[in-house]
Design a protein around this ligand. Sequence first.
Ligand code: AGP
Length: 612
Amino acid sequence: MCGIIGYIGNKEAQPIILNGLKRLEYRGYDSCGAATYLERKNSLSVRKLPGKVKDLENLLHKKPLSGSLGIGHCRWATHGAPNQVNSHPHLDCKGEIALVHNGIIENYAKLKNELIKDKHIFLSQTDTEVIVHLIEKFYRGCSLEEAVRKAVTKLEGSFAIAVISRREPGKLVGARMGSPLVVGVGKEENFLASDVPALLDLAQEIIFLEENEIAVLTTDKVTLTNLAGETVKRAPSRINWDVAQAQKQGWPHFMLKEINEQPAILEGLLNSRIDKDSGEISFEALKIPVEKLAKTSNIVIVACGTAYHAGLCGKYILEELCSIPVSVDVSSEFRYRNPLLAENALVIAISQSGETADTLAAVREAKKKEALVLAICNVLGSSLARESDGVIYTHAGPEIGVASTKAYTAQLMILYLLALYLTGLKKTLSEDKRSAYLSELKRIPRLQEAFLKKQGLVRGIARKHSHFGSFLFLGRNINYPLALEGALKLKEISYIPAEGYAAGEMKHGPIALIDEYRAVVCITPASRIYEKMISNIQEIHSRRGKIIAIASDDDDKIKELTRETIFIPRADEFFSPLLVALPLQLLAYHIAVKRDCDVDQPRNLAKSVTVE
Ligand code: AGP
């Protein structure tokens, strides 16, 4: 949940670290810091503080850090409050080693007691400080790399670290034990970072560290070793992400930019996955043999948050098209029960980051039970992508806003494409029907574009309702998961309590909430069960609930029930989630902006939840 950056080369480290931290800030933003090695004084200097990277930038403006070896960190506090002392980097007793850390050390209390007995002096409440003192303890008559190796073997938990020492100022050492860490390979400079976006304009070649690997970076060399000290050879991968994708490019927030990127992303997915001539669907890193996939008897989807909501839609999509039973589990529940997985079960793990601790744990659980695991993931080379048997990338580009938007609709699009692909293997759909579905799916990006041209209207409705103390979101059938997603979007960025419900459940309890103080978002696109939604709306109307409807263009009936209607282009109801998602995202966005909330970095959250 924290961001790590490290630099070694011939340039000044400070601006590179600051820039990297700005790109990594979505990972954690309650405190931050940096340390560099100053050759002139043969010493390490540290600047850190509670607050955001812009606060660190101001501090560094007044008290700059010199040197061309350095590390930086942005924090999402786990152990110890977000204050100056607990911020990273942390130093050993002699101020000889500086370290930044992402993850959790589970046995830190025991180690801390032992180290205190050995006269190590601790300043913070963090688990991190244990690591730097442990390295100090082992840093006798050996290299920094060796001391790091000895230290990490004593640690339990999941973590990644970057370390520098004034005794070896030509080295930057990183280690990956369960949390992501990548090496950026440059010309006469090398970089460490928790995530690729931090390095986009610095290094096009990336080496993804594997579990239990240690990287030693010098200005012109990168060496990887395992815990036994054996050298590991790995060729760097080229990254196609564009630096502009990780910048706001004039948009007021990443979230709004990312909402508006959706038509282009979905168009890109359709073009790259469907052969223009044959209409065949293919996935570049699927890797799972077709014969195995064809045998799939049931599907279990595991995911968290928004990705879980994509998974819930996936149930409707896959069951409808492939006639395969699908169950959907929140990863944190799946991992702690005893899930029953049939012999030919396929587990689909969905995650934007590919680093979500619970989803990774669920995948490990599934693999223990010998299930086949397919990841749907956005981040290339992420832990999930590497640990699964096959992966389908969502290619949504870097998603920086903490609220997931474009990754969500890209996940939905992949689920539609996967289902259509499986129909080919399972022969559950006639050719005609399959191509009719495909043609309808191909219209979606243009329909999204048409909707986004009129997005200003959502702003008006959002502003009018931003004072409501609570919201209810209702949907049915394939749009029921959209009600859950709409509520999640609103609560996470505007802090307004919001609940998503299957509209058919209204009378079983939630209707008691309805009065003139309740805003109710009713997802009502043209569909087989349209009239059922209209009945729900009437019931809310008679109880004076404030209705905001999301309906298909030219729906005159709904106009009689509420003036607050957001119209979306008409499409086959089966694909309507790809359209409904947009007004829900925009509604949450504009309400949050009106309430002066920090849209891209909502309180208490972080982009990738790499701890339980
Ligand atoms: C989405 O808006 C959330 N911030 C969050 O629910 C997120 O979807 C969840 O943490 C899962 O993340 P992942 O897709 O990276 O696994």
